[in-house]
Design a protein around this ligand. Structure first.
Ligand SMILES: [Zn+2]
Length: 482
């Protein structure tokens, strides 16, 4: 399986860049007769994290849809009133699909093909023939004290609105930039002297918010179709040796190869976990999402181990043994929540727990459910010994990890269902996390007891989204805590 780095369109072609060399056997091509449109379909081995039913457009009447068809197959469909005339060429890490439009006359397709190997990198980096009618914003990247926004179209001052406000004790500097950016939802950028930079996609604009405790100086300039935002903070805590460049397109940290993640699909075998309407089992959802997550993380370069890959029972105390054995950097236990019948129709949402001795009523309720399978293994005093052995740094790290994963989960889930509830990050005494010596969390993907949420939790596409969200959370944890 291959990891796909980017998918871009130029005037009449789609350019797919891979992180590894690919061969002809990685690509399947077939045509479908009108129903109601003609469709040319490319199934490409690989996973592309931004491919969730994205529509691309090129010159002509053809429509292009890309989507992760299966966890390891990216599907690109070119459809049109007339039979699309497509051809493709491969070179090492790049696939170029040419679409000869029936509606637009062109003369120079040959020239482009012969240039193909040479332009391998240039195709994406050069502005000249890059037209992406959907995404006016091509790239947002951060340097130590600047944010650079690059566009696919001509922009003027009118396309940029700048305001600043003070809210909840912070200074906020806000740019609203006309256009769409396919990687904008929501992304954290890092700058040396600003606490937080967040980009989000609004309906017709991208918003970049600079949030800082102290007041900051923000300057911006439009040069050659590029917006450069420069920042200086009054109280700079920046470290000049850490001049990292963070490309937004690639939010996976660089040193992931050394990172080991152990994922635990909660319950299994006779321990079915919670049971929802229509006999939906928690153990199944947990395992499905875990397997997707395994795939995604491996694609991004992490080392991944699962406590179970099949429907079998594993003792709670044994689940963390693997994590300790593998010297894992992170441990994550995947669950779905449930609640009593009376509240089943009204309680839904995603929440993430990290281990702590705290025992709020809510944490106690969820912990009682999740601990049920072998609470008998430990007596009260050994539980207390474990809880007392927890040290502050580990609790803090787990808390941070939980915050990032919760944010990733919500963001991903809401790309499909806007109404997904945020039940927050909480602490609680979960025995499955007790034995782990690394930052550890337990996620509750939703309520399997809720009729609608449990239906969603059984959807393959939603399961993939959730897995993607967790992976994004892991990425952002390591970006901040390398
Ligand atoms: Zn559970």
């Amino acid at each position: 399986m291959h990891s796909i780095k980017s998918v871009n369109t130029s005037q009449d072609s789609i350019i797919i860049d891979f992180n590894v060399d690919i061969s002809k056997s990685d690509i399947k091509f077939f045509e479908l007769k009108p129903s109601p449109l003609y469709r040319d379909v490319f199934d490409i081995k690989g996973y592309f994290k931004d491919a969730l039913a994205t529509k691309l457009s090129i010159q002509g009447e053809e429509q292009i849809t890309i989507g992760q068809f299966q966890p390891d197959v990216l599907r690109i469909v070119i459809s049109g009133q007339n039979n699309p005339d497509t051809s493709y060429s491969l070179s090492k890490r790049q696939l170029i699909i040419d679409v000869k439009s029936k509606t637009v006359k062109k003369e120079d397709t040959k020239v482009q093909q012969s240039n193909q190997v040479v332009t391998q990198q240039v195709a994406i980096k050069e502005d000249n023939n890059f037209i992406d009618t959907i995404n006016a914003i091509r790239l947002i990247e951060s340097n130590s004290n600047t944010i650079n926004v690059k566009f696919n179209k001509k922009i003027t001052q009118k396309d940029i609105k700048y305001t600043n406000i003070k809210q909840s004790g912070n200074f906020e500097y806000i740019f609203d930039i006309t256009g769409q950016y396919k990687f904008a939802n929501p992304i954290k950028l890092s700058l040396d002297n600003i606490d937080k930079v967040i980009t989000t996609q609004n309906k017709n604009s991208v918003r970049i918010r600079f949030i800082n405790k102290n007041s900051a100086q923000i300057k911006y300039n439009l040069i050659n179709n590029e917006l450069i935002i420069e920042t200086t903070s009054t109280k700079s805590t920046s470290n000049p040796t850490q001049q990292t460049i963070n490309q937004v397109q690639n939010t996976t940290p660089k040193n992931v190869k050394n990172k080991v993640i152990v994922i635990d699909a909660g319950h299994g075998g006779d321990d079915v976990g919670a049971v929802g309407p229509n006999k939906r089992y928690e153990k199944i959802v947990n395992l499905e999402v875990t397997k997707y997550l395994e795939n995604i993380l491996k694609q991004r370069g992490y080392k991944v181990y699962l406590t179970r890959t099949t429907d079998k029972f594993i003792k709670v105390m044994d689940r963390t043994v693997l994590a300790n054995e593998k010297n894992a950097d992170l441990f994550i236990s995947v669950h779905t929540n449930s609640i009593t019948k009376e509240k089943a129709n009204t309680t839904s949402g995603i929440e993430t727990f990290f281990l702590s001795p705290a025992r709020s009523e809510r944490a106690k309720r969820v912990a009682a459910l999740e601990n049920k399978s072998d609470i008998r293994e430990m007596n009260e005093s050994s539980k207390n010994v474990f809880l007392e052995s927890l040290n502050r740094p580990r609790i803090t790290a787990s808390h941070k990890f939980a915050i990032d994963v919760q944010a990733g989960l919500l963001q991903a889930a809401r790309t499909k269902y806007k109404d997904v509830k945020d039940s927050g990050v909480r602490e609680g005494p979960f025995w499955v996390l007790v034995g782990a010596q690394m930052p550890s969390i337990l996620v509750e993907l939703g309520y399997i007891s809720h009729p609608e949420e449990s239906r969603r939790l059984y959807e393959k596409e939603y399961q993939q989204l959730l897995a993607n969200g967790i992976a994004n959370g892991i990425d952002s944890y390591f970006l901040k805590n390398p």
